[in-house]
Design a protein around this ligand. Structure first.
Ligand code: FAD
Length: 544
């Protein structure tokens, strides 16, 4: 390789001298093997989803060098994770665990503190420890992806078990669940469906939650609570521990399934439609975490760049969106509801009949006959995902702009028309100001909706990156001013989002900091993640 390819000065953790850092890495190499300790001194390569980097965020919104690892290490066992944690405490080196690192749209594999040592757990800890065909549960390590679990279930011939993948199947079951990600079968709330964790604490001790604390228990994956305080919650969206094993419940094959798709004509139909959805969802007639999407995203997910449809400047005009939609199998519309009915045919017919009558109360609502849709239509990707089959089709809308990257604005609200309209209006205004096409999708949980609005931007254009960041910051503040908060956010926005949860003089963050200081007195584990800074960093200008 030419000299310039080989050399890139590694970023050091702040406050650690170069020689001391390399001596510490040598010491760690002695414990876990030199081949499992990699200095990040190669040029940063973005790759693509299936060959993603573990050194930085391949969809960066800051300059790529801002949030990078100094080194990446690969433990093979819980014992080695403990050894790394003790090593980090000894040398006061910040560490940042990832399971697989495909957290795209929320920071990818990047650490929050520049120069942290990334623990890539997934490379060597990827065992499916157990799949229980009777209890419908499994126990997995961090490197187990939704694809891997799906394939293992198929291999064993367990046709009665279903997984629940998010839109993309390459993520880690543990990583996605800890970040409280969502899938689209009735088991879409991943955190609600987990049962039992094994956790390495920031001081190196290991413990098991729930029934895992009772030696010899065979109930770890079937009863999540155990006895005493329910501690699992503090290990999701936090920096209090490293999860090395997690139990997950698996859905029973419902004995039949049928996707359906309805289109709705006007943007103004939204409020009426959401009001119709709420009682149907709460009473489980609408059974899965379905998606209600703006048609522009269905156009974008065909994978062609926006210039295919519009060459002018500014955001793509509504008449172009509608004229384009009219040429597609979905036909002209504004909103598309992708749902699924489960169970044998006669049960599905009953539910689908109710849904049809209710949805058609919206003037111009149309059920699209799946038989009219070609095999590569996006509808079939939703069909696979909602029936537990992992997929990658969703990636295609990232091609909307050159060097496409995306970042999400993800507020939650009750399933109410007025809330949907208010959130949509504030986000649309900021998108128009910043010149971004508007990609809203409502993911409807049991009593709330996640509104996921993806900003797709050119990551090689510093001006567009800055515009995306400013747009997000405005939306977060605007939403908070109306009483809405994000369910999850990108690394660089965590301080701001945490700051919006400020009731009673930031009482929640004071509690989080108390926990952080008790569990991680040296502040080595993922400092700053979810806005929680350890004492050593607090008030020293790390917040963004
Ligand atoms: P990781 O990157 O491994 O983990 C996420 C974070 O959790 C890490 O940064 C780390 O801070 C923490 N963490 C991970 N493992 C551990 C551990 N063992 N111990 C302690 N902390 C840990 N997401 C959804 O939820 N639903 C969707 O439908 C969805 N759709 C997407 C569509 C597109 C086109 C794209 C690009 C992304 C989408 N995402 C979605 C976001 C993302 O791809 C997934 O959530 C993905 O599963 C997260 O990556 P991961 O599982 O590899 O997690």
């Amino acid at each position: 390789k030419p000299q310039k390819e080989r050399q890139r000065l590694p970023v050091l953790p702040q406050g650690i001298e170069r020689e001391a850092f390399f001596a510490a890495l040598d010491e760690l190499s002695g414990q876990i093997g030199a081949e499992n300790v990699e200095v990040n001194d190669k040029p940063l390569k973005d790759g693509w989803y299936m060959e993603h980097p573990n050194t930085h965020d391949m969809m960066t919104i800051l300059d790529e060098e801002e949030l990078v690892a100094s080194a990446v290490v690969y433990p093979s066992s819980t014992g080695e994770v403990q050894a790394i944690v003790r090593w980090a405490n000894k040398h006061l080196i910040p560490i940042y665990p990832i399971s697989i690192g495909r957290n795209l749209g929320y920071g990818g594999a990047a650490p929050r503190v520049r120069g942290s040592v990334v623990l890539d757990l997934g490379k060597r800890m990827k065992q499916i420890i157990n799949i229980d065909p009777d209890d419908h549960t499994c126990l997995v390590e961090p490197g187990v992806s939704f694809y891997a679990l799906y394939e293992a279930i198929k291999e064993k011939g367990y046709d009665h078990l279903w997984t629940d993948p998010p839109d993309l199947g390459g993520g880690s079951i543990i990583g996605n669940t800890l970040d409280r990600g969502v899938g689209y079968t009735p088991y879409g709330d991943h955190w609600a469906c987990h049962s039992g964790l094994e956790v390495v604490l920031p001081t190196g001790e290991v413990f098991r939650t729930g029934m895992g604390a009772l030696p010899g228990s065979n109930t770890w994956q079937t009863f999540p609570y155990g006895f005493g305080p329910y501690s699992d919650g503090i290990f999701s969206q936090s920096n209090y521990g490293i999860v090395t094993k997690m139990g997950m419940t698996l859905m029973a094959n419902p004995g039949g399934h049928e996707s359906f798709m309805y289109t709705f004509q006007k943007e103004e139909d939204l409020a009426q439609l959401i009001e119709i959805i709420r009682p149907l969802r709460i009473s489980n007639i609408l059974e899965n975490v379905a998606q209600l999407r703006h048609v522009i995203q269905t156009i974008a997910v065909r994978g062609q760049p926006r210039t295919t449809y519009y060459q002018g400047s500014g955001t793509i005009p509504d008449d172009v969106v509608h004229a384009t939609a009219a040429t597609l199998p979905t036909g002209d519309c504004t909103w598309i509801y992708y749902g699924m009915a489960y169970g044998p045919a006669h049960i599905r017919q009953h539910k689908l009949g109710i849904i049809d009558a209710e949805f058609k109360r919206v003037r111009g609502a149309r059920r699209v006959d799946p038989a009219t849709l070609p095999a590569d239509e996006y509808f079939w990707s939703r069909d696979r995902i909602a029936s537990g089959v992992p997929d990658l089709h969703e990636l295609r809308w990232v091609n909307w702009v050159p060097n496409g990257a995306h970042v999400a604005f993800s507020p939650v609200s009750p399933i109410r028309g007025a809330d949907a309209e208010r959130l949509l209006a504030l986000a649309r205004r900021r998108h128009d100001d910043a010149g971004f096409d508007f990609f809203p999708a409502f993911c409807v949980g049991l009593r709330e909706m996640h509104l996921i609005i993806e900003i797709v931007f050119d990551r090689d254009d510093p001006e567009r990156r800055a515009a995306a960041m400013a747009c997000l910051r405005h939306m977060i503040d605007d939403a908070a001013a109306c009483g809405y908060g994000e369910y999850r956010t990108h690394l660089v926005l965590m301080d701001q989002v945490a700051g919006t949860y400020s009731w009673n003089d930031n009482a929640l963050m004071k509690f989080n900091e108390k926990l952080k200081d008790a569990l991680d007195p040296n502040g080595i584990l993922s400092p700053g993640r979810c806005g929680i800074w350890p004492k050593r960093y607090r008030g020293r200008g790390w917040e963004m």
